[in-house]
Ligand binder design. Structure first.
Ligand code: 8GT
Length: 138
């Protein structure tokens, strides 16, 4: 069991193709985790798993796409009511450029400029502005 100061490590894939990113909307069911928010594919690292591999694995599990990670874009540590998270964001692209997310996955390609107008988990804010091009990347 993690203590209140120990962060949960998360790997997130910023999967880009033709200026669009792969995102989905979480079910808007009251009581479910972060209802109705948009998210990039990602999830918690397994014990001993590097965040880059967690991002690849979660992209495959959630979208059905094999992705190639190109670089780590950012590390953001954030405290949510449900705990402290260490979010590792990776730039990625589909290994097969013509592949599409599984139809039942809920993932869609959304233009980068649209991202700041959508509601994501609050830790994502700097990433959204950066991907949309309104602030330079570090
Ligand atoms: N997938 C994803 N998680 C995000 C994003 N932004 C963000 O703050 N998170 C946070 O990262 C954590 C990911 O946890 P998760 O619950 O999706 O991971 P998981 O799939 O391994 O969990 P589970 O097996 O318990 O369902 C959550 O605390 C979530 O709030 C995002 O854009 N995508």
């Amino acid at each position: 069991m993690r203590g209140p100061t120990e962060a949960t490590r998360v790997g997130i894939g910023l999967v880009r193709r033709d200026g669009r990113y792969l995102i989905r909307r979480r079910p808007p069911i009251p009581g479910s985790p972060m209802p109705g928010l948009w998210e990039f594919p990602g999830g918690k690292c397994e014990p001993g798993e590097p965040p880059e591999l967690a991002a690849r694995r979660e992209c495959l599990e959630e979208t059905g796409l094999v992705v190639e990670i190109s670089r780590k874009r950012r590390l953001i540590t954030h405290r949510y009511p449900h705990g402290l998270v260490e979010l590792h964001y990776f730039d990625a692209r589909p290994a097969d450029p013509s592949s599409e997310p599984a139809p039942d996955s809920g993932f869609l390609w959304v233009p980068a400029g649209t991202l700041p107008g959508l509601t994501f988990p609050e830790a994502n804010a700097p990433i959204l502005a950066e991907l949309a091009g309104s602030v330079p990347s570090p």
